[in-house]
Ligand binder design. Structure first.
Ligand code: SF4
Ligand code: SF4
Length: 206
């Protein structure tokens, strides 16, 4: 059929989906395990596919992880060029059609999944909240964006990066979580985000 999906897998090689409220059951049933998810926190930079530009997120997003340093979705099997969870793929993948961008536009108004939709343990919710308060993403991004090429990163920013790394280690020791799930619970570390800005910092991540 003209304009129909040819299942070439190109879109799966180029990006992974953002989850919507409709995908909640997929995560809670374990079809998409927490270890395959990561959170982009409010204030973080993200690429807006619809408008083809970088934006500062107004709300957090939960995404399926990509493989290594690529943008390929973790559920994509390059050998068969197919999705390994095709029957249970997230809403965005079911709606997306490269020949019909208006489908994705309609999706932008749908409610995105949040960590609070998936986590019920009050202790973990308190930890997420404490991390959000103390490791303020909007402030961190603003600080990085205000640096000019010759500026040295400020001591308090380095302290925040170290605090974030220590917080992650503390959580791994305190809670029975799979270390691969930390990017879901706490989002990407400030140390990783720093690298997106092309800034090298001489600290050894824990
Ligand atoms: S939506 Fe387009 S890019 Fe994605 S699999 Fe189908 S034909 Fe390929
Ligand atoms: S979940 Fe499946 S359909 Fe969606 S991007 Fe990943 S591999 Fe492609």
């Amino acid at each position: 059929m003209n304009g129909a999906c040819k299942r070439c897998g190109e879109c799966c090689r180029r990006s992974s989906p953002t989850l919507h409220l409709e995908d909640r059951a997929l995560v809670l049933r374990g079809v998409i395990p927490f270890r395959y998810l990561y959170t982009l926190r409010k204030g973080e930079k993200a690429f807006d596919n619809l408008n083809q530009t970088l934006v500062n997120l107004q709300e957090e997003l939960i995404k399926v992880k990509e493989k290594g340093d690529t943008r390929e979705c973790i559920f994509f099997d390059p050998l068969s060029s197919s999705c390994t969870i095709y029957e249970h793929r997230p809403l965005q993948c079911r709606v997306f059609l490269c020949s019909r961008p208006e489908h994705s536009k309609a999706l932008s108004k749908r409610k995105k999944l949040q960590r609070t939709d998936l986590v019920s343990n009050p202790e973990i919710l308190t930890i997420i909240d404490a991390h959000n308060q103390r490791v303020d993403m909007a402030y961190f991004i603003e600080t990085l964006e205000s640096l000019s090429n010759s500026d040295r990163i400020r001591d308090e920013t380095v302290e925040l990066i170290l605090y974030d790394l220590h917080f992650r280690e503390f959580i791994k020791e305190k809670l029975p979580l799979n270390p691969d799930e930390i990017q879901f619970y706490l989002g990407r570390s400030l140390y990783e985000i720093l690298k997106d800005f092309g800034i090298e910092l001489d600290i050894t991540p824990l």
